[in-house]
Design a protein around this ligand. Sequence first.
Ligand code: ATP
Ligand code: AH0
Length: 387
Amino acid sequence: MTGPGLTRAIGVISGTSMDGIDVALIASDGEAQVETGPAATFPYPPDVAARLRAVVADASEAERPQAALERAVTDAHVAAVDAFFARFAIARDSVALVGLHGQTILHRPGRVGWEGRRPAAPGARDAHPPKAGLTRQLCDGARAAGALGIDVVCDFRSADVAAAGEGAPLAPVYHAAMAAGRERPLMILNWGGVGNVTWLGRAGEIVAFDTGPANALIDDILLSRRGVAFDAGGALAASGRADAAILAALMRDRYFDRPPPKSLDRNHFAAAAAAVEALGDADAAATLAAFTVEATVAALARVPEAPKRWLVGGGGRLNAFLMSRLADRLGVPVEPVEAIGFDGDAIEAQCFAYLALRARRGLPLSFPTTTGVPAPTTGGVFWPAPR
Ligand SMILES: Nc1ncnc2c1ncn2[C@@H]1O[C@H](COP(=O)(O)OP(=O)(O)OP(=O)(O)O)[C@@H](O)[C@H]1O
Ligand SMILES: CC(=O)N[C@H]1[C@@H]2OC[C@@H](O2)[C@@H](O)[C@@H]1O[C@H](C)C(=O)O
């Protein structure tokens, strides 16, 4: 794999589920041409995962420097790339670049309107002035480039936030490349911990935003109540009944009133766990699954034209219950991205390889209709390997 004009790059990400470190190889020009190679997921060392969960659960902790944890996360990501080279017998010097997303521990973009805030009237004293935008992905680029001996791009979101964008989602430009030549309008949905959509219009328009919860809330109650990481296939949710009143209350969150672009911190909907506390396990899972589906369906009101087809990536595509409920509610085909030849577990890692290549070429990663940034904006920080 490497056609003329294509560069081989590896992408690495651990998403909001913190279920492991995804690694994928692509060859691409950072534009229309993408060839996908192998991909795999490697577990976090358990102590690193536990420390991350504690920090992510506490925003004030997530704002502190976290230098030791950043080193541990970086080393885990480097180890994952080394294991990837070994598993697929890939020569290190055949890869020109590594895009390291790192681990998001806090996401608080500073755009006016964030969290449903309304701009204060002119002259009025704002009782809750916006905090400066901040998005934190733990990743030490210099350490990673040194350990890997390969050039690294990391910190993909900060330039967008500094330019008054949401800093997320960044996958849309990769989704557009994946779906080139497919029927429009088309929706690409990522159901990871948090959900996000990319709407692709007939004339090449892209509208993208985070939809709401995907699996994170369901994962959290399965872990706290049953000691398991997720609801396999959605079996527990399928055996329960969603509580309509609780669901309606959850859907009144002001996030759903906001027009896109918009993005979420993993913990935005953390109060939902308390809302289902009095329910039995199956009904709680069913209510949170219904919340994921309704939050996703609500995206329809925010795109110019209803998509003819939805393609789903991320672990949520393996939840048969969520997939069939979404298809019922939408009335159009809802299929895993495998339907167009992509590995739904690898898209985000592929995406950060692709974005790293774009960053090196000065191409934009984000756009006014994907993050609300005022103009198309490149990003990422480059760390050359020591020579
Ligand atoms: N067989 C399955 N049945 C049900 N759910 C599953 C299954 N396999 C994975 N999942 C869900 O998918 C989640 C992981 O999805 P994924 O790896 O796409 O998330 P992520 O990339 O960490 O999150 P994000 O995209 O928000 O950053 C798991 O936490 C689990 O909830
Ligand atoms: C701040 C952050 O890490 N956001 C993630 C998260 O996980 C899903 C959703 O929320 C999306 O906005 C984003 O990830 C993907 C890869 C993105 O930027 O497109």
